[in-house]
Design a protein around this ligand. Structure first.
Ligand SMILES: Cc1ncc(COP(=O)(O)O)c(C=O)c1O
Length: 457
């Protein structure tokens, strides 16, 4: 088989799947490309061991830059008068290796808790960003959270609390800066989200009865994550434009719609998945035509797309420890890995998340077999079976003496780190950063003492 056939087989080098930065080298190892730099993933494993997470800030930068450029381009193309602001939903991945590249590309912040806001405070004290950066504060607000919002506003930061409920509405009447309000939209879209009982923000009938809201500048909604179709992004936005129009009657300073997160990534690398470009085109076009028809001010648009920028910027790597037969015929094998899905890729268990997975070495072998993966914890749910279908992997008996088989899970940069846990007291994977041609360990593998300490030992 030619090199390109292997690349095609493992679905690498394809922009529509966000794998354009991955390739296979002469030796049949997975490569990551950063411009003209390249990293041999097998060599990283030899150096840092497994399990290992590989953070790739160049991919994150590329996605943030692209997102902002595409919004700006369509704004220009349609003669739209509002501006676009990208706010990184920090909850998606709070690691420094993820947050700093976003700032470098012109991103602002969306924080969800006092502790995430503390990271902003820390960066402000270290003079890490231009104080013109904008910070949106979502989530239920404790007194400590509000006190920090007030403290940072007093220090000159543009910080906008989003009012979630009646109590916050009352409490934030004394807040001197701009405020936003969260709409609990009646529209539901196709994705994984509790569709029946959304508990966030004010219902449409409630919000329209609030009258004048102090210093209101932003109407915010967040309807779901990993939205499956472009219409799932456009239909709620249309509804928000209507509510924006109504709210402006009593709140003329309202000038922005924050569409929250939700844009999906093609995790499964099969079939067609919408591109960011097609979604953004529809969003800007929809805003322009609605506002022209109604003769209202074109709102600024904020997007808090987190998964969209962060997921493709990390790989999670494991070693195959051993194999076992799944069924009597032995046609399918369990590959037992040296890490845990329940701990390190928790959405595998929580959401039945499907991942793209390839070998790290032996990518050019033709001796493949059908496998499922078993995690190292004692839990029978700690497994990845791609929804019960087959996963092709190199056969272990084809390995050279002493060689291990390593595997790579793609698109693991969103949510898996903050959700990570310690079932069976397994250590979290070490984390390595590949940036500007160099690699750096940013999280050591935990020792038994360190993990034990967290449990009081
Ligand atoms: C308010 C808010 N904004 C943004 C996001 C990010 O969503 P996504 O990662 O789907 O873009 C979330 C995720 O839960 C959220 O709750």
């Amino acid at each position: 088989m030619k090199k390109n056939h292997y690349k095609q087989f493992w679905k690498l080098g394809r922009e529509e799947y966000n794998t354009q930065f991955f390739d296979i080298n002469e030796d049949g190892n997975l490569m990551v490309k950063e411009g003209n730099y390249q990293y041999d993933v097998y060599e990283l494993l030899k150096k840092y061991g497994s399990p290992l997470e590989v953070a790739l800030p160049s991919i994150l930068e590329n996605r943030v830059r692209n997102l902002i450029d595409i919004f700006d381009a369509y704004i220009k193309l349609y003669g739209y008068k509002g501006k676009f602001y990208y706010h990184y939903a920090m909850k998606v991945n709070q690691n420094k290796a993820f947050v700093l590249p976003v700032v470098a590309e012109g991103g602002h912040f969306d924080v969800a808790s006092v502790n995430e806001l503390w990271i902003v405070k820390r960066m402000l004290e270290q003079q890490r960003f231009n104080p013109k950066i904008r910070v949106i504060c979502n989530g239920p607000k404790t007194e400590q959270y509000i006190a920090l919002i007030e403290e940072l506003r007093a220090k000159g930061l543009t910080i906008i609390p989003i009012i979630e409920d009646y109590q916050e509405l009352e409490r934030l009447k004394s807040f001197k800066g701009e405020t936003g309000i969260r709409l609990n939209m009646s529209i539901r879209v196709k994705s994984h989200w509790d569709k029946r009982f959304n508990r966030y923000g004010f219902r449409e009938d409630e919000i329209l009865k609030l009258g004048k809201i102090k210093n209101l500048s932003i109407l915010h909604y967040h309807i779901s994550s990993q939205i499956e179709k472009v219409d799932g992004l456009v239909a709620p936005f249309k509804r928000a434009l209507y509510i924006y129009e109504k709210l402006r009657e009593k709140n003329p300073n309202l000038d922005t719609i924050d569409i929250g997160g939700g844009a999906g990534v093609p995790y499964e690398k099969k079939g067609k998945f919408y591109s960011g470009k097609s979604a953004i085109n529809r969003i800007v076009k929809t805003a322009k035509s609605y506002c022209e028809k109604k003769g209202i001010r074109h709102p600024n648009i904020i997007a808090e797309w987190g998964r969209y920028v962060a997921a493709p910027a990390q790989l999670t790597l494991y070693k195959v420890l051993t194999e076992k037969t799944v069924d009597e015929g032995g046609k399918r094998k369990w590959y037992v890995i040296d890490g845990s899905f329940m701990n390190d890729l928790l959405d595998t268990w929580a959401l039945r998340q499907k991942w793209h997975v390839t070998p790290v070495n032996n990518m050019k072998t033709r001796k493949l077999q059908k496998v499922w993966f078993a995690g190292s914890s004692c839990d029978s749910d700690d497994k990845y079976t791609a929804g019960g279908s087959d996963i092709s992997m190199p056969r272990l008996d084809d390995l050279e003496n002493g060689e291990n088989q390593y595997i790579a899970f793609y698109d693991t940069g969103a949510y898996q780190d903050p959700l990570a846990s310690h079932h069976c007291l397994l250590s979290s994977p070490a984390k390595v950063l590949c940036q500007n041609g160099e690699t750096r360990l940013v999280r050591r593998r935990e020792t038994s003492e360190e993990v034990g300490k967290e449990f009081g030992w």
